[in-house]
Ligand binder design. Structure first.
Ligand SMILES: [Zn+2]
Ligand SMILES: [Zn+2]
Length: 293
């Protein structure tokens, strides 16, 4: 099971929706994507600990996506964090943080590891290029596929012995009651959950290709219907819906909503006309994705 916490979902200037910040939690692994100003405050106020965050991914260097990061890292230091923090982001990020840390006399006693991609036995986090006014990258959070034994099939064949199940799982052939069981006949692939977050982007082919078939796409939806969206490297809600449709995703969350919209009803309707399974990423809401059995 994966929980996606929409901490801040507005874009641009500080506003009541908060600035971009999404936490993805999977079995004790917390990753934060973007860290707009005020993110640590919003998390504290809503009892979401940022001390346990293992990885932070920043999409690009515009202030609404990154200005909350130095403060959050300094707080981690004040509370004596020991665990290393993995950091992904554009090339300017390292120097930006080093400058601030130096000028605020902050010397973290935990390691900050800058990485391009992350992988462990359960998940993979990688980036893809998006189409914004400055260099910007989206993130793909992917659970690895797992092999599972088809217990129901075995039961139907009258096999309940756990030693047989274990051997099949280990890829071994088993002889039982004069019959040979081949592991490939009883293994099923349990597909991992995949989530994509674009950060700021206009609608573009690169994004469509990168987010194909994801379970949840969190896409820039700054405006409802503005030509100037493209000038500023953003999307209208129907653009996000069109990307979702072309990429064949399962669900679309509209994100980075301009503070000019108090009411998002029209935005949602515009998108739903193109891609029905759309919702507004409401600030301080969460979304649960469970793997299909
Ligand atoms: Zn932005
Ligand atoms: Zn931007």
């Amino acid at each position: 099971m994966i929980i996606v916490y929409f901490i801040g979902t507005g874009g641009g200037a500080p506003n009541k929706r908060g600035l971009p910040a999404i936490m993805i939690r999977r079995e004790g692994f917390d990753a934060l994507f973007d860290c707009g100003e005020g993110t640590q405050w919003r998390m504290m106020e809503h009892n979401l600990s940022f001390m346990k965050i293992k990885l932070i991914g920043i999409t690009h260097m515009h202030g609404d996506h990154v200005l909350g990061l130095p403060g959050m890292i300094e707080t981690m230091g004040m509370y004596s964090r020991k665990e290393p923090l993995f950091l992904m982001g554009p090339k300017e990020l390292k120097e930006f943080l080093e400058d601030i840390f130096k000028k605020t006399y902050f010397y973290p006693n935990f390691e900050i590891q800058i990485i391009d991609k992350y992988e462990d036995e359960n998940i993979k986090i990688s980036t893809f290029e998006t189409c914004h006014t400055i260099e910007s990258q989206g993130y793909l959070f992917e659970e690895k596929d797992r092999l599972k034994i088809d217990i129901d099939k075995l039961r139907k064949e009258g096999i309940k012995d756990w030693r047989v199940i274990r051997m099949l799982k280990e890829g071994k052939r088993v002889e039982i009651n004069g019959k040979v069981l081949l592991p490939e006949d009883y293994l099923i692939v349990k597909k991992g959950i995949r989530i994509a977050y674009t950060g700021d982007t206009g609608p573009c082919e690169k994004v469509i290709n990168a987010v194909k078939d994801v379970d949840l796409l969190i896409h820039d939806s700054t405006f409802i219907d503005e030509k100037e969206a493209y000038k500023y490297g953003h999307s209208n809600s129907y653009d996000a819906a069109y990307v979702a449709l072309k990429a064949n995703v399962k669900r679309l969350a509209l994100f980075h909503i301009s503070p000019r919209y108090d009411d998002t009803y029209e935005m949602l309707i515009m998108a739903k006309r193109i891609f029905e399974k759309t919702f507004i990423a409401e600030p301080l809401s969460y979304y649960i994705i469970r793997q299909k059995e």
